[in-house]
Design a protein around this ligand. Structure first.
Ligand SMILES: *[C@@H]1O[C@H](CO)[C@@H](O)[C@H](O)[C@H]1NC(C)=O
Ligand SMILES: *[C@@H]1O[C@H](CO)[C@@H](O)[C@H](O)[C@H]1NC(C)=O
Ligand SMILES: *[C@@H]1O[C@H](CO)[C@@H](O)[C@H](O)[C@H]1NC(C)=O
Length: 146
């Protein structure tokens, strides 16, 4: 395969970051969507402050690599759709604790065919997860306008 035929394009679909709030001990879905393309080569969910110790979730070539996963997330995260149908790369984090608050980044490498040549696009999505104490005060909607 001629390396010149490999086109790398970087597409940042969702710019800016998404604010997500979860109550203590609840499950939360961190949404990440790869347009309509289903051919996901690599999916990395990471948290910038834990990067050196592993990923939140790491998937490559149709399998999850638990050895690349940060121990904190072992058994606590799962894909919303195990088959990532329709490009759904959302992650469910179970039983949230205060230590789960932070900046999560979804990073996707998607294989595409452009004019019958193979190319890859990269998609990034950033989520700021806040964990609040359970109770009615946690349910407030906070609207922040620039
Ligand atoms: C949720 O996590 C807490 C520790 O943060 C643990 O004590 C509890 O057993 C967990 N609950 C479930 C349903 O896993
Ligand atoms: C997705 O992968 C399949 C099998 O590898 C291939 O036949 C198909 O052309 C790919 N689709 C895209 C959009 O690259
Ligand atoms: C994430 O959200 C929290 C709570 O709303 C906020 O205090 C913090 O500044 C946000 N972090 C970033 C990097 O935007």
């Amino acid at each position: 395969m001629n390396k010149c035929l490999l086109i790398l394009s970087f597409i940042y679909l969702a710019e800016g970051q998404q604010e997500v709030t979860v109550h203590l001990k609840q499950d939360v879905t961190l949404v990440c969507q790869s347009s309509s393309v289903e051919n996901i080569s690599v999916l990395k969910w990471s948290r910038s402050d834990l990067n050196s110790d592993g990923y939140v979730y790491f998937y490559r070539n149709k399998r999850c690599f638990e050895s690349y996963q940060h121990p904190w997330f072992h058994g606590r995260v799962m894909l919303r759709d195990a088959g990532m149908k329709g490009g759904d790369a959302s992650l469910i984090l179970k039983n949230a604790t205060f230590k789960d608050a932070g900046i999560y980044e979804c990073h996707l490498l998607v294989r595409e065919l452009v004019e019958s040549r193979r190319s890859y696009s990269e998609i990034s999505h950033v989520i700021n997860l806040t964990v609040t104490d359970a109770g009615e005060f946690g349910a407030r909607d906070v609207l922040v306008r620039p």
